[in-house]
Design a protein around this ligand. Structure first.
Ligand code: ADP
Length: 157
């Protein structure tokens, strides 16, 4: 069974992330989407909030599990017997960083390969940081995030 992990900040999860995940879940037998956190980094939502919102948003996907971790992605992958690291690519601007990350992870663990997926054009421009910006300025984020996220954030205000 090929297990893939999809690590990210997901602060919050967007329709772009979800689209990448849905494609990954069609390709791999199991996908673990993981909130990767660093206790020194400040975030908009807590790890628990992010995990719960992902859980609400992936209920329709049978072969997807949700988790969180702090530390090296390759260590987490090894612990979970995952051999694939899933990442999304939006624009050329993502490429350099993602290539460096992928090559660093390959250098740390030869067994783990990164697979890049591209979203549908309508979700391509979405980022968690623009979603936060729109939300904090009282704009409508419902087009950009799963329903569970917009409902939760509406009630949080
Ligand atoms: P990180 O802090 O690790 O970059 P993010 O939550 O911002 O975490 O993103 C996780 C992954 O999802 C990254 O590979 C990122 O490029 C990808 N991603 C983010 N938004 C989109 C999108 N709209 N379409 C495709 N991939 C995306």
């Amino acid at each position: 069974m090929t297990i893939a992990i999809y690590p990210g900040s997901f602060d919050p999860i967007t329709k772009g992330h979800l689209d990448v995940l849905e494609t990954g879940a069609k390709i791999f037998e199991k996908v673990i989407i993981v909130v990767a956190f660093n206790s020194n980094k400040t975030s908009f939502l807590t790890v628990e909030e992010r995990v719960n919102l992902i859980k609400e948003s992936v209920k329709h996907l049978d072969n997807v599990e949700v988790d969180s971790f702090s530390g090296l992605t390759v260590d987490y992958a090894r612990q979970r017997n995952a051999t694939i690291l899933l990442r999304g690519l939006r624009a050329v601007s993502d490429f350099e960083y993602e290539m460096q990350l992928s090559q660093t992870n390959s250098a740390l663990s030869e067994d783990i390969k990164t697979v890049f997926l591209i979203t549908k054009p309508e979700y391509n421009f979405i980022s968690s940081s623009t979603v936060k910006e729109i939300y904090l300025n009282n704009g409508d984020i419902s087009k950009f995030v799963p329903q569970a996220v917009s409902d939760y954030l509406k009630n949080k205000k």
